[in-house]
Every structure is written in structure tokens, then in C-alpha cells.
Write a protein of this length. Structure first.
Length: 206
């Protein structure tokens, strides 16, 4: 029989055992480059900093379908052009949230916490060779064309839509193309943009 003291200690440890999360390990060349081994249903810790941006990179062939965050005020989250990665940055000290990412192949769960050190510059996912069964994934979202313009100028796009991860702006041929900003929390922020061959500007985020 366990002594009463030991029994109480084991009971106290059970909550911690139930909520174990994976901390991506430091890379061989730089501890700020982190490597995470994918496991279905695992929660991964992301240590992020107010003064740095952290990028999470998924495997070849992965395409982000949806990013869901518990705290959308305390963090800036942007999809990276190409759909295989996203960037996250806190906008206040001590913020903490969870983030769920659905791709065309897998589901990812993150526990994100702002900290001064150590911080992750990038987290790169690795996949076990025997992990061939994809987890539940979200199907590609139908385009959302529910956008309008309050005024018409030479800079007004002819069409705007999003796919749940990126927003697209189509302008008349040979028309001047303006810079695009995101307005949030009373201020403007620059956004990551990419212009494919068809001339449509793609912006990270919705």
C-alpha cells in the first residue's frame, strides 16, 4: 500500500500528465530553428516574442485551409504565400492562446504563449515514415465574393474575394495598383502580398 503522502503526490501529478504538450526541439545548427515531429492529436507549444515573428512550416504538399485562434486581438496571424506556412506575432506582453490549423491533409493544434526567452524563429514539421494515414482535413473552402466598394476610383479593384486563408484583389488591366494595408485596432499594418501571373494580387489573411 502506498503511504498517504505518496498517494496525494500522485494525485497532484495527474493533471500535469493529462495535459502533456510537445515542445519542438532545437535544430542542429541554431536553437531558434525548431523541429517538431508530427503526431495525430498532439498539442505543440509555440514560444513567441513581442519583438519577433514566428513562422510555422508544414510538409511538402500541405496547403492551409483554415486557421482558428482563441485570441484574435492579442496576436497577428498571416498565411504565407504558397499556403504551406503561416506566421504569428503577439501584439502585447504575456498573451496566451490556442491555435488550430486545418490543412488539406492534417489537423494541427498549438498552445501559443508570449515569452521573452527562449523564442522560436521558425518551427518546421517532420513526419514519421510510417505516418501515411492523413487525419481529418477541411475541404477547400468555396470562394467568398461578399465584398463591395464605398467609392469608385482608378484604384478600385474590379473584383475581391477570399478562400478562407487569402484575400484576392483583381484590378483592370494596366491600371495603377495601390499598396494594400490591413486596418485593425485603430491602426494600419502592411500585409504580405504576392502577384501571380494573372495579375491578381493575393494578400495573406482574410
Amino acid at each position: 500500500m502506498f503511504p498517504a503522502r505518496l498517494f496525494i503526490l500522485l494525485i497532484a501529478l495527474l493533471p500535469g500528465l493529462a495535459f502533456a504538450e510537445a515542445i519542438p526541439r532545437g535544430g542542429p545548427n541554431d536553437n531558434r530553428v525548431r523541429l517538431a515531429t508530427y503526431q495525430e492529436g498532439q498539442v505543440y507549444r509555440l514560444s513567441v516574442s513581442l519583438t519577433h515573428v514566428t513562422t510555422v512550416e508544414f510538409g511538402e504538399g500541405e496547403s492551409i485551409r483554415s486557421i482558428i485562434a482563441g485570441d484574435t486581438e492579442g496576436f497577428e496571424i498571416d498565411g504565407v504565400p504558397g499556403g504551406q506556412a503561416f506566421a504569428i506575432k503577439p501584439v502585447a506582453r504575456g498573451v496566451h492562446t490556442n491555435v488550430t490549423v486545418y490543412t488539406n491533409r492534417r489537423s494541427y493544434y498549438f498552445n501559443v504563449e508570449e515569452t521573452r526567452s527562449p523564442t522560436f524563429y521558425v518551427v518546421q514539421f517532420r513526419y514519421p515514415e510510417d505516418n501515411t494515414r492523413p487525419t481529418r482535413a477541411i475541404a477547400a473552402q468555396a470562394p467568398n465574393y461578399n465584398y463591395g466598394a464605398s467609392a469608385r476610383t482608378e484604384f478600385t479593384p474590379t473584383r475581391v474575394w477570399d478562400d478562407g486563408t487569402f484575400t484576392y484583389f483583381e484590378f483592370p488591366r494596366n491600371a495603377p495598383v495601390p499598396a494594400i494595408f490591413r486596418y485593425a485596432n485603430g491602426r494600419e499594418r502592411t500585409v504580405n502580398t504576392q502577384t501571380p501571373e494573372d495579375g491578381v494580387i493575393r494578400v495573406s489573411g482574410v
